[in-house]
Design a protein around this ligand. Structure first.
Ligand SMILES: Nc1ncnc2c1ncn2[C@@H]1O[C@H](COP(=O)(O)OP(=O)(O)OP(=O)(O)O)[C@@H](O)[C@H]1O
Ligand SMILES: [Mg+2]
Length: 282
């Protein structure tokens, strides 16, 4: 008797995220060929874990976050988040469960609003429009200040200021703090420190880990910063050509150095790493 994917128990007991048999293709530019972004990918993520997602350009990392967010949909396969099948659910329907911080600071904070108003919008949702006078101001300010304090940038004292002149690092700190005050079960970070200078990237990266743990958010962080990936997380998943090719956690991860990753990649994939600079130790 054959059993289809939908008949199988999709979520192992207690998992916060389960992705089963995920397939996603895109039409290649200017031709009839298709590009495979996700190629039968399976992932299970435990509640409260902080997972780094690494891999070379085009491996499918952003596509995976995008289908978890609901910005794009799988061709085949199934996704469950927090016990709910969300495979075909649009992003607004899962927005109370999932938050995402993107790479470009300009995309995460609205320059025309104050810092406080950005938080209000994040908490109240876009459906409330910009009628921002009607929100629980004291509560939002207190939560925003508490989350921002974790970054040590003094932003908690600047809630009334316009966001227009904020630096990239400040915007990303605000974006992570805004995600945290919404209390999503799942936080998705797509190279959220990549546009920052190394010092700011480290500050925002370390504070992000701390805030995610404090708020109990299960986190998937795409990064090319392998030191951050190896040292500040519970688990490292390496993707290649739409699949997970390496899954490190516990003592195995602790015993693996950043400089070991290229050799491990070559052993498990059976070919040289396409771009060795991705695994360069900074
Ligand atoms: N909207 C799209 N249209 C066409 N092709 C796409 C689209 N989105 C992704 N792709 C292709 O799918 C593959 C996976 O892309 P994806 O952005 O998920 O990779 P990535 O691992 O995030 O890479 P990077 O590290 O460069 O950000 C790539 O070959 C990419 O060109
Ligand atoms: Mg990407």
């Amino acid at each position: 008797m054959s059993s289809s994917l939908s008949e199988q128990p999709a979520t192992p007991r207690g998992a916060l995220v389960t992705v089963r048999g995920a397939e996603k293709q895109f039409p290649a530019l200017g031709g009839r060929e298709m590009i495979t972004a996700l190629d039968g990918l399976d992932i299970t993520i435990s509640p409260g874990s902080f997972v780094a997602l690494i891999g070379s350009n085009g491996a499918g990392k952003s596509t995976l976050l995008s289908v978890l967010m609901g910005a794009q949909f799988l061709d085949e396969g199934a996704i469950e988040i927090d016990g709910e099948a969300v495979t075909d659910q649009p992003s607004w329907q899962r927005s109370d469960k999932v938050a995402m911080v993107r790479q470009n600071p300009e995309n995460n904070v609205l320059g025309g609003l104050t810092i406080e108003e950005n938080f209000a919008l994040a908490v109240m949702g876009p459906r409330r429009g910009l009628r921002l006078r009607r929100y629980p101001r004291a509560e939002i300010r207190a939560n925003a200040a508490a989350a921002l304090a974790g970054f040590g940038m003094g932003l908690e004292d600047r809630l009334d200021e316009s966001s227009a002149t904020l630096s990239g690092g400040q915007r990303q700190a605000i974006a992570v703090a805004m995600a945290a005050v919404r209390k999503p079960r799942l936080l998705l970070l797509d190279e959220h420190t990549a546009a920052l200078d190394p010092k700011r990237a480290r500050i925002v990266g370390e504070a992000t880990t701390e805030i995610a743990r404090q708020h109990g958010m299960t986190t998937i962080m795409v990064t090319h910063d392998l030191a951050h990936a190896m040292h500040q997380t519970d688990r490292v998943l390496m993707m290649h050509r739409g699949r997970v090719v390496l899954d490190l956690s516990g003592p195995e991860k602790d015993g693996t150095g950043v400089s070991d990753l290229a050799g491990i990649f070559e052993r498990v994939v059976g070919e040289a790493l396409p771009d060795r600079t991705l695994l360069a130790v900074s």
